[in-house]
Ligand binder design. Structure first.
Ligand code: E4P
Length: 217
């Protein structure tokens, strides 16, 4: 499974990239608002830090506007993926931009049928929102399972990008179900590293090593 980090914060991306923990980045308008900088600057800076796919979302909601903005964003760097909402115009824009050779990420997916349509439109990635479904008492993981099955049934190449990930357990379940990618907020990504028994074990190894009086030279 590939890991993307879901943030527009350059320092956080750099830290995770330097640690070799991430394969790409996703952003959205809310994350751009939080970063409080011009979107073109943000995307350029992210693409300078990582060679992996960087999703940049259009703001327009009409077909022509999405095409125009998508091409502006894609011109920033060769690894930009144009992120489009799962609407009729978004699907049309996806088909069009994919046809022109651009990479696309169809976002705000909440049903298997929406994911099927995105795959038929040639999306590079489909982003089902796990956490936001869970918030409405619908099991987001069932959507990942359904999409995996449907895509495998028809050999769709669209990658399942599990999004709106809130917990380490979401990552584990998405991986077990065969999602191709999880996009995870930086803090959640770091929780994947932690286990209390690792900390406890390391503490006792460090203490015992000190007692040996040895050094490794
Ligand atoms: C994905 O592409 C979205 O940017 C993101 O995962 C949404 O997550 P949220 O529901 O926590 O805002």
């Amino acid at each position: 499974m590939k890991f993307f980090v879901d943030t527009a914060d350059i320092a956080e991306i750099k830290e995770l990239q330097d640690a070799g923990l991430i394969d790409g980045v996703t952003t959205n308008p809310s994350l751009v608002l939080k970063a409080n900088r011009p979107i073109k600057e943000i995307i350029k800076d992210i693409c300078d830090v990582t060679e992996g796919p960087v999703s940049a979302e259009v703001a327009a909601t009409d077909f022509d506007g999405m095409l125009r903005e998508g091409k502006i964003l894609a011109a920033i760097a060769q690894n930009v993926v144009i992120k489009l909402p799962l609407t009729l115009d978004g699907l049309k824009a996806c088909k069009h931009l994919t046809g022109e050779g651009f990479k696309t990420n169809v976002t705000l997916c909440f049903s298997a049928n929406q994911a099927l349509l995105a795959a038929k439109a040639g999306a590079t990635y489909i982003s089902p929102f796990i956490g936001r479904l869970d918030d409405t008492n619908i099991n987001g993981m069932e959507l990942i399972a359904d999409i995996r099955r449907i895509y495998d049934n028809y050999d769709f190449e669209t990658e399942i990008l599990a999004a709106s990930i809130r917990t380490a357990n979401h990552v584990r379940e998405a991986a077990l179900l065969g999602a191709d990618v999880s996009t995870v907020p930086p803090a959640t990504l770091k929780t994947l590293i932690k286990h209390p028994l690792t900390d406890k074990g390391l503490e006792s190894f460090v203490a015992d090593w000190k007692k040996t009086g040895q050094t490794i030279d």
